[in-house]
Design a protein around this ligand. Structure first.
Ligand code: ASP
Length: 604
């Protein structure tokens, strides 16, 4: 909170913020309040670093200046006690100036002090927090964890980021509009959280996975520019760094095309990220989905380093090496990446083979360029011509480490893409402080869900196809969709929506939602689309992720005041928790199975 201090109305607790006690106040009286951050007893003198939201100030308890009761109190103070102290601001002597502290040139000679609340010994130290404190412990005592600088700064930045969003969007004529939390299922591909209705037994609300349908209805309602900082709920199995409830910046606009949306969003991102000191170069790069997969093996490429994938299927089409030739005949592609000239041990290389297998590939071939040949477990199966063609395609020179995967086209790309991502970090290819933002555009509209043997929307079923939609060739359809990717993280995504009810019906039918189901689940949307729906589209951003990237936090949990743990529970309130049998009865609900509810089951 450098520099600016919120106005303070003087009262019995304080008349200044701790951080505000600077050399310009020397010789004047001051009253401050806060928590005892650190206490040192130097013979006759007691030093306290007092902490409030704005920082630290040193208090000196000295029997020459300090009242008897206050001095006695000074003796008893312990870390995290809450104190109000009055005294004189004095300049510190040269040798005691603390350049690490914003208020380090001065101190307060305490006249009087009052203990406002005492603290038990905290379960972990706030002052000298070590990373060894378990996250479980931090979340159980989150209110103490939040007192740490790092957490406070993250939450302050989060506030500034949302404020920048609100200011930018308001300036562009967007209206902030709330949508319901108790609603119907909004298909975004996750499980719904359900809320039983007491008044309509046997019926359930769903918590929104996103405000998607309501924001579309707001466009039909004529608002044209909407945004909301919206809580969304997705009942997913604990997946790395996700939260069951999380926050989106949700946006929708009418009478716009993809370029309009991208233009507005780029300007907004530049304004918002500047809040966290990140400069965004405009216009941002745009990469078509297919290109992202071919060159980087992922739909969220990290462009802070090269290591691009190269397809070398043709090189090995006639190869004596059966693993490659056979795979190619079966429809596989051989993709490769040149990891550059590196010292990699045999066990590092074998480690990559097992990584690739864990990622689902049948195998991985490594090779090190040596003279005209390769040092590789498969070198003896390959002809000189194949090796030199591959070297040429990969731009490989002496000592280069090459990795090759032959597998289904998408899988071979994804496996190498993931290895690329890991190597980027491991080989130190990422420049400190670098930022690369881009748009991934031209997405497929649908994807084939092998397990269920049907087409699924790539994003959600309301995304507009680009051009005519041909239900006989769903795989060919492209979507008017776009994602924003920042340093390999998808931070936002959206699309132009279907605004024609017939197209919407066709898309529903293609993904296995028949007329009756469409009417039952989305009749209200289909109705609305019949009453003059403007062309419209929008986007949603993961706010938690954006703030986490800005603060370089390891987890989004570090930028949420009260997050769930990685396993989806809240150690602070112990939610989720069993409920009274009476509550269940009112709801007409009996719980079957499940740990803690078994006994209750028996009762009902
Ligand atoms: N509703 C989408 C989501 O939550 C975003 C959008 O299409 O605007 O991912």
């Amino acid at each position: 909170m450098a520099g600016e201090f919120p106005a303070l109305r003087a009262n019995e607790y304080r008349d200044a913020w701790c951080g505000q006690v600077l050399p310009d106040r020397v010789d004047s009286g001051v009253r401050v309040a806060g928590w005892v951050h650190r206490r040192r007893d130097h013979g006759g003198l007691i030093f306290i670093d007092l902490r409030d939201r704005t920082g630290l100030i040193q208090l000196v308890f000295d029997p020459d200046d300090t009242s008897g009761p206050a001095f006695e109190l000074g003796h008893k103070l312990r870390a995290e006690d809450v104190l109000s102290a009055t005294g004189q601001v004095v300049r510190r002597s040269d040798e005691t100036v603390n350049p690490k502290m914003a208020t380090g040139e001065v101190e307060i000679r305490v006249k009087d002090a009052e203990l406002l609340a005492d603290s038990e010994t905290p379960p972990f130290e706030i002052e000298s927090f070590s990373g060894e404190v378990s996250e479980e412990m931090r979340l159980r005592y989150r209110y103490l964890d939040l007192r740490r600088d790092r957490m406070r700064e993250a939450i302050e930045l989060r506030h500034r980021v949302t404020r920048a969003m609100r200011e930018f969007l308001s300036g562009e004529g967007f209206l902030e509009i709330e949508t319901p939390v108790l609603t119907r299922s909004t298909p975004e591909g996750a499980r719904d959280f359900l809320v039983p209705s007491r008044l309509r037994r046997g019926s359930f609300f769903a918590l929104p996975q996103s405000p998607q349908l309501f924001k579309q209805l707001l466009m039909v309602g004529g608002f044209e520019r909407y945004f909301q900082i919206a809580r969304c709920f997705r009942d997913e199995d604990s997946r790395a760094d996700r939260q069951l409830d999380f926050t989106q910046l949700d946006i929708e606009m009418s009478f716009v095309n993809v370029d309009d949306i991208i233009d507005m969003n780029e300007r907004m991102l530049a304004a918002v990220l500047a809040e966290g000191g990140v400069q965004v170069e405009l216009p941002m790069r745009r990469i078509p989905y297919d290109e992202a997969i071919t060159r980087y093996g992922t739909d969220k490429p990290d462009l802070r380093f090269g290591l691009e994938l190269v397809e070398v299927t043709d090189v090995f089409r006639e190869s004596e090496f059966k693993a490659f030739r056979g795979a190619i005949e079966g429809g596989a592609m051989v993709r490769a990446l040149n990891a550059g000239t590196r010292e990699m041990s045999r066990s590092d290389l074998d480690g990559l083979v097992s990584d690739a297998q864990e990622l689902g590939a049948k195998g991985l071939v490594w090779a090190v360029v040596e003279g005209d040949g390769w040092r590789s477990p498969v070198a003896k199966f390959l002809s000189e011509a194949e090796i030199s063609a591959a070297n040429e395609a990969l731009g490989a020179s002496e000592g280069a480490v090459l990795l090759l995967v032959a597998d289904e086209p998408l899988l071979s790309a994804e496996v190498l893409g993931e290895l690329r991502r890991r190597l980027g970090g491991r080989l130190g290819l990422i420049e400190e402080g670098a930022n690369e933002l881009l748009w991934v555009v031209d997405w497929p509209l649908l994807e084939w869900a092998h397990d269920e043997e049907r087409w699924d929307p790539h994003n959600h079923p309301f995304t507009s196809p680009a051009g005519e939609f041909d239900p006989d060739d769903p795989g060919a359809a492209r979507a008017k969709a776009y994602d924003v990717v920042w340093n390999g993280w998808e931070i936002g995504g959206g699309s132009i929506r279907i605004s024609d009810p017939d197209v919407q019906r066709k898309v529903f039918a293609t993904i296995g939602i028949d007329e009756a189901q469409a009417e039952e689940r989305f009749g209200f949307l289909l109705d609305a689309l019949r009453f003059g729906a403007p062309p419209h589209g929008g986007i949603a951003y993961g706010l938690d992720r954006i703030v986490a990237l800005l603060t370089r936090a390891e987890s989004i949990r570090d930028v949420i005041a009260f997050p769930k743990s990685a396993s989806g529970v809240d150690p602070l309130t112990a939610a989720p928790a069993p409920v009274d049998e009476r509550q269940l009865r009112e709801l007409g609900i009996a719980v079957r199975g499940g740990g803690p509810r078994r006994e209750a089951d028996g009762e009902s």
